[in-house]
Design a protein around this ligand. Structure first.
Ligand code: CU
Length: 433
């Protein structure tokens, strides 16, 4: 095909970034920005390994960028300016071809700076689902449902320790507060595949579905070694859970945030069996339960020498009461920790173990771009294996060890997915030698 003819061809994927007013309920309208006039953005389905042409038009007055979260893309299109992906200027557009890998539940979102403006970057509506279908699809379910959790209308409040933390008074599933979206219709006996994404800028969420349990089959889109049935899910910012739910308890039910004060701000959705009527039922769980280790295999200690450790200690530097803290990795904040001299250097083909020590009083959802890691140890527990993710929550005062193979040369961002933390320097750029 000649270039002119190619340019005239419609892209496989077209995203338009434009101002949008979200009606979370008739009483709560939120002025924000969206992809293609909807929140979440359009559900994109791609076939593993099949090249897609993508066109992104930025109709806002700010520079934008689209990050493809969980994919193995070149740095030039991965969607982080720190890696060298160009920003899409206000009013401009871009077009490129990408080859989607690996198969699984991925997502796409903005990767910009918000600072003190709690309507920008991930605080807004720029997020959407992406499902990369495996080459041969072993689907064994009757219906597929995508659920996106989000927090809105944040305000910085000073907490007891003097840090400024965002708090929210509107929370939604698929852009609607509980009672204001369309109920999900199901039939008795159906197996429903639920793909749940936490796109919150900063908040961890706990989800249960009254009358039902979740059989977790994948975390961050990657099949788990041990599929287990659980009563509730915990999702840190940017995490995904894929779970099969057996519809074996007819009625009208609520799927929602377990913590009452959060569900009260809207985070819930009604699930309705055919021919069932009545007020949606919510059964309040008594405690919060989640353990990544349930889904992993026991692990063997890696043979010495074959895996190189990279130690990463997280802490913050207090800037004075009422100010935002600066976040540091090994004592340095971004970009001081990411110069050609200070960046951790990777050798292609080498397996690395990131040993993360969280010396702060907050939990941090840590995300590695362009690679999948294997979770190998939580706190001082036994080694585990087979759990492949791209985000992991590192508890306050805790330790997490993950391994990955440096198999995708190019600049690679590793950062806390909490927007206010990444804005305050909680990032580091890994470079290949
Ligand atoms: Cu953080």
């Amino acid at each position: 095909m000649r270039d002119a003819a190619r340019a005239a061809t419609a892209p496989d994927v077209a995203l338009e970034i434009a101002p949008y007013t979200l009606e979370a309920s008739p009483k709560r309208s939120i002025k924000t920005v969206a992809y293609n006039g909807q929140i979440p953005g359009p559900l994109l389905r791609m076939r593993e390994g099949q090249a897609q042409s993508v066109e992104i038009r930025n109709l806002t007055s700010d520079d934008e960028i689209v990050h493809w979260h969980g994919l193995f893309l070149p740095s030039e299109i991965d969607g982080a300016m720190e890696e060298g992906t160009p920003m899409i200027a206000a009013g401009a557009s871009t077009r490129y071809t990408m080859t989607p890998n690996p198969a699984g539940f991925r997502w796409y979102h903005t990767h910009t700076f918000a600072g003190k403006n709690l309507t920008k970057a991930q605080y807004g509506g720029l997020h959407g689902f992406l499902l990369i279908e495996p080459r041969d699809n072993p689907a064994r379910y009757d219906q597929e449902v995508f659920l996106g959790l989000h927090d809105w209308h944040g305000q910085f409040l000073s907490s007891d320790d003097g840090f400024m933390n965002p708090v929210y008074d509107v929370t939604t599933i698929n852009g609607k507060m509980l009672g204001f979206g369309d109920p999900i219709q199901v039939k008795q006996g159906e197996r429903v595949m639920m793909h749940i994404l936490n796109s919150s800028p900063t908040e961890v969420h706990w989800i249960s579905f009254s009358g039902h349990s979740f059989r977790v089959v994948a975390l961050d889109g990657n099949p788990v070694p041990k599929s287990r049935e659980v009563e509730m899910l915990r999702l840190a910012p940017a995490e995904r859970v894929s779970a099969i739910v057996e519809m074996n308890h007819p009625g009208v039910w609520v799927l929602g945030e377990v913590r009452k004060h959060v569900q009260a701000t809207g985070m819930g959705i009604v699930i309705e069996y055919g021919n069932s009527t009545g007020k949606p039922v919510w059964n309040q769980p008594q405690e919060l339960v989640w353990d990544y280790r349930l889904f992993a295999n026991p692990g063997l200690t890696a043979p010495g020498g074959s895996v190189k450790p990279i130690e990463l200690a997280f802490d913050s530097k207090f800037q004075g009461h009422g100010n935002e803290e600066l976040w540091r990795i090994n004592g340095l904040t971004y970009p001081q920790n990411s110069t050609p001299v200070t960046s951790p250097l990777l050798q292609a083909g080498q397996r690395y173990r990131l040993v993360m020590k969280n010396k702060s009083m907050d939990d941090h959802p840590m995300h590695l771009h362009r690679h999948t890691f294997e979770v190998r140890r939580l706190e001082d527990g036994a080694e585990i294996a087979g759990l492949r993710k791209d985000v992991i929550l590192v508890h306050a005062g805790g330790t997490v060890e993950v391994e990955f193979v440096a198999n995708n040369p190019g600049k690679t961002l590793f950062h806390c997915h909490q927007q206010d933390h990444m804005d305050r320097g909680f990032m580091v750029l890994l470079r290949y030698a």
